[in-house]
Write a protein that binds this ligand. Sequence first.
Ligand code: FO1
Length: 325
Amino acid sequence: MKITSLAGGIGGARFLRGLTQSEKVTRNVDVTVIANTGDDIWVHGVRVCPDLDTVMYTLGGGISAERGWGREGETFTAKEELAIYGVEPTWFGLGDKDLATHLIRTTSLNAGYPLSEVTQALCDRWEPGVHLIPMTDQRCETHVVVDHPETGARIAMHFQEWWIRYGAQLPAHEFIQVGLDQAQPAPGVIDAIMNADLILLPPSNPVVSIGTILAIPGVHDAIRNTPAPVIGLSPIINNAPVRGMADACLSAINVETSAVSVARHYGSRSSGGILDYWLIDHSDSDSLAEIEDLGISARAIPLLMTDIDAAGAMANSALDLVHAN
Ligand code: FO1
């Protein structure tokens, strides 16, 4: 069975760990992960790809369990030394172990290798157990339009500065994908969607993670047209994001922070959208009828990914849904 999943950062990676380590799934299942690269950033001369690395480290066993990003047992000596020199950005958490990944990636990119090939080479070490592909090999960074915290002037800043330095507390007027008009799906992306037996949208940020991937020319159409069923899992439980600041992102695009509103935002496949199924938490089960009215089959299951087993149970619910229909 071929499963293709779009994925953002921490929530998506944790779901995928449940999917790939669940006993039901490991047998003859081939998982391809199309990861968001809109969060990617140049810092201190190296290219950092947060969502690719979060998936690679989480599935490869190197992730910091406490942070959900970066490496377990990490030190930040290089970051501290850079700060002593007064070199910005001092707000970015550049880890020493993580730096090795960024240095190899930067050297390979500078030598002309595409990001998809560089990612494959890094995965040779980490063996995440999935085929990890960036959404595009071209630079397509998310920048956020905000009012400058001091001057009030309307400016665009890199997503990471908004997310890390300002904790997504500056109201976002707009998200812009810089480079989108030149971006093409990376090799294998469209094929992984069109030839899958199942498409999964994990509980990643629907705006800056899943939304960013869907905006790459050709991806949304491929998901609309693939013969595979498309199952999404709500990143919103009881009208609140499970982690991260999905609510700050949803309000920027005038989408209410609720399981049903995100389902409406993705849309049913029968009405020009991408969802066949939408899994919500039991606490939102009063929305089941409303979601079904959108033309999307809905189920309420435990959606809180407290540990790997909980994520595995969620993945199994998604698979059961497909087998049942
Ligand atoms: N998130 C933070 O909240 N603070 C950081 O300093 C930080 C550094 C960082 C470095 C490498 C990396 O791969 C991820 C990092 N993240 C950090 C997480 C990252 O900002 C977000 O996880 C994604 O961009 C959103 O999914």
